[in-house]
Design a protein around this ligand. Structure first.
Ligand code: IMP
Ligand code: MG
Length: 200
């Protein structure tokens, strides 16, 4: 679907947003319905790929918390869930590739099937670091699921097994993604109104 003004989406879906939130949003790039359909499809693939096996979904905090919750409920195979929190050295929106682990996995992953669940892959530097780190722990399989990618920004080629949507090189919020910790609760992916201070 082409980008749609927020007002049109609200009128069409009956969704209600407070004006404090609605006033900051420009266009809806991906609706909640489109995300849900995509997750159902990705979950079918995971169900098939890991039939009869054990899977650990690893969500990267904070952005992946909505995605992993919705994805998990589409799956029919048994999964375990864990989270990692990382912070990258550098500015708030451009990563340097040097990553500090703030919260590590609770358990050992040696010999296990791991699917790393990430909200958005931009430069790929964060994920590249995480993949190298997790590979060294010798999982049986290590796959990446990313809801969004910004291909134009990619600085490192990341093998993404389960991929949702490509977005253009614009800053997006919602469905877990934030700008200064806000907008994570929006049930869709949207752009911010022009004129709002944009992250440098
Ligand atoms: P990378 O290391 O450049 O791939 O950085 C990826 C991380 O940057 C994501 O996990 C997000 O936290 C953040 N990020 C990148 N692009 C956006 C965006 O458009 N909106 C919100 N966060 C973003
Ligand atoms: Mg973030």
């Amino acid at each position: 679907m082409p980008p749609e003004p927020l007002a049109d989406v609200l009128a069409r879906t009956g969704l209600e947003l407070s004006s404090e939130l609605a006033d900051d949003i420009d266009q809806v790039l991906i609706t909640g319905e489109e995300i849900d359909a995509k997750l159902a499809h990705l979950a079918e693939r995971l169900d098939a790929d890991f039939a009869g096996q054990d899977v650990l979904l690893v969500g990267i905090l904070k952005g992946a918390f909505v995605l992993i919750a919705d994805l998990a409920r589409h799956l029919s195979i048994p999964v375990s869930i864990d989270f990692m929190a990382v912070s990258s050295y550098g500015s708030s929106t451009r990563t340097s590739g040097v990553v500090r682990i703030l919260k590590d996995l609770d358990d050992d992953i040696e010999g296990r099937n791991v699917v790393l669940v990430e909200d958005i892959i931009d430069s790929g530097l964060t994920l590249n670091y995480l993949l190298r780190n997790l590979r060294s722990r010798r999982p049986a399989r290590l796959e990446v699921l990313a809801l969004l990618t910004k291909p134009s920004q990619r600085r490192i080629d990341i093998p993404i097994t389960y991929h949702g949507f490509e977005v253009p090189d614009v800053f997006v919020v919602g469905y877990g993604l934030d700008y200064s910790q806000r907008y994570r609760n929006l049930p869709f992916i949207a752009t911010l109104r022009p004129g709002l201070p944009t992250p440098a």
